[in-house]
Write a protein that binds this ligand. Sequence first.
Ligand SMILES: *Cc1c(COP(=O)(O)O)cnc(C)c1O
Ligand code: SF4
Length: 349
Amino acid sequence: MSHSVKPQNSTRKLIRTTEELIAAGLAPASQQEALAEVAQHYATAIPPAFLDLIDQPTDPIGLQVIPSPDELQVTAAERSDPIGDNALSPVPGIVHRYADRALLKPLLVCPLYCRFCFRREHVGPDGGVLDDAALENALNWLRTHPQIQEVILTGGDPLMLSPRRLGHIMTALSAMPHVTTIRLHTRVPVAAPERVTEALMDALESDKSVWMAVHINHVREMSPAAQACLKRLVRRGIPLLGQSVLLRGVNDTEEALEALFRSMIAVRMRPYYLHQLDPAPGTARFHVPVVEGQRLLAGLRGRVTGLAWPTYVLDIPGGYGKVPLGPGYVEGPTTVRDPEGTPHVLDRL
Ligand SMILES: *Cc1c(COP(=O)(O)O)cnc(C)c1O
Ligand code: SF4
């Protein structure tokens, strides 16, 4: 722990600039120039709740939020719109890929900026908020498309909205007869739990089926404050889903994934998706090959409760949709492997 940055953490301040990173001991001064260039392309924010969790810059928390000169290296496999959202946007703020559901992105601000973010070229603290007219236009698109049964609020992070603005959106969606379900995708309960005030939770009240998918990648993000925040949301009757990205150096071991998924179950959060990393620019250092991901999940099968076993998914680059990646257990027309790997030939399959 010789490189511990703990002593600096008493400053309850959001870290944003290269200078602040260096001053906090999160990056060496020798990286000043390279990190200044990274900052021209990608936003940085490390909120106090995350700063408190960083023991060393290269630990599973630091890796997720501290910018690296490696981000300037863009590989051939990487693209700026990895999952093809742009082509699927009928009006600003809406992404429509699947018949029954659509994304509504009211802002592009996040409580922190993940270094592996699939929308990293778009998210950031400046601008990116739909103005009143654009928001009304997006809501109107939803109003006039009765096939949309589920609206997924994402961004950016919808819990970075003020309670007033979030309440306005929730009220508008709740008044649409064809909308049965409202889902919010957020990192706020772990990254900035203090934002989840009674007023913000009041804004989430709706007669619709309201779900929350929380993005968490490592068990240490499940701090006492995060757990308390998630329990408050559960008490409000909001079912919680866990979403994680499989990340080299963060959660690429059976032990790390087991601890993460078990910590979700402990707060009544159902692990939903484990995402294969999207090929966003400058994220190669986080890549874990699919065969390795399948092996990790196979290792957990049978060892952890089925409640704690998420679906491993790939969002096919180019906008072709999300598909489960297995691992699969069926081999040939009548053979299936058990969790230990032993094949069984059945009379009927
Ligand atoms: C991921 C995604 C969804 C949600 O997919 P689910 O499998 O229902 O979680 C919806 N629309 C778009 C455009 C998406 O990228
Ligand atoms: S919270 Fe989500 S949208 Fe925001 S930076 Fe992280 S991955 Fe990207």
